[in-house]
Design a binder for this molecule. Sequence first.
Ligand code: PLP
Length: 392
Amino acid sequence: ASPEQALLSAVRPEAAGAPESGIVEVFNYGRGRQGLIPLWVGEGDMPTPSFIQDAATRSLAAGETFYTYQRGLPELRDAISRYMSRVYGQALPAERFFVTIGGMHALQMAIRVAAGAGDEVLIPSPAWPNFLGAVGIGGAVPVEVPMAVDPVRNRWSLDVERLAAAVTPRTKLIIVNSPANPTGWTATREELEAILALARRHGLWIIADEIYGRFVFDGSERAPSFHDIMAEDDRIIFVQTFSKNWAMTGWRIGWLECHPALGQVIENLMQYSCSGVPAFIQRAAIAALEQGEGFVQHQIERVRRGRDIICSGLAATGKVEFADPAGAFYLFFSIKGEQDTRRAALRLVDEANVGIAPGTAFGVGGERYFRLCFARRAEDIQEAARRLAAAV
Ligand code: PLP
């Protein structure tokens, strides 16, 4: 064996076996093309507002470059507490919140709390690929539970009986992402209640990834949440992020929420994974929460428009099928007669100059689909709809 092969063969299988993102191939194929409309990744096109940037700059200028609190700056935890209490209409004290390096890091720590080597983790699928990857590198076993389109409501839905049937003595955790990337599935309160009842019955943890909770399309202020139904002793850990609401994907900051009884556990996980989030980035996050509500509203409006434009534009072709996304900012659609979505996504780069993700990236049940992100300015979405319509 070559030295490279020998080195690689010594890597633990959990780390070596982490799948490559299914979006990377199209991304590498199309990146840098003149005039390409990139709808393949999960982020909008707006830069971080300047009042957020300024707060970071001021913090740096003031010398906030030292190690900081493991759990997060007290001022930021207070600001998160005020924000969450307002959005969810209940008192959620600062002790519940822990500042993390994005939602991804919160997810990583939450999995560490709940599932170890050999434990099974239920993931309704199609799903954000990082759920599978993050579970796998921790040595636990992801178990995908296929979701389906409810033909009556024309919505993705989760069959909780099917979820229940997937529980084994090794099951420790259910990951619930609602509103969901990539399908737009948004659990009803009844669905959440059924999932929670199942978790209680079997003593399972729930990771509630509600990062898209404010992007909903039925006219309500936010999606139903486990906050609405949970009791003190429920084993629920929430994952949250500044990435989407405040256009801060590159800043890498988010938070984890759980019962304060787990505070020391989370503090330890913080200490030994990253030893705290940079203070100047936390200052930016405080500005986002305290002055950013107008910006969030503006984003939500934009996303609603983007959804309307893309849905009507593609529906008009008669060649594209999809369940209406109830939340988040993705359209998960199929093209009639198109089986090989990996190759089709590459072809659409050439023929439509639009970048979309093949559904193969999103696990079981996603194979026939494509995902595009409609969190962009209306002109781009309009043009993307026109080009895609012409190409299909
Ligand atoms: N959860 C879901 C469902 C996501 O789609 C994303 C990002 O795309 C995240 C969590 C994490 O985002 P970040 O790590 O940028 O905070």
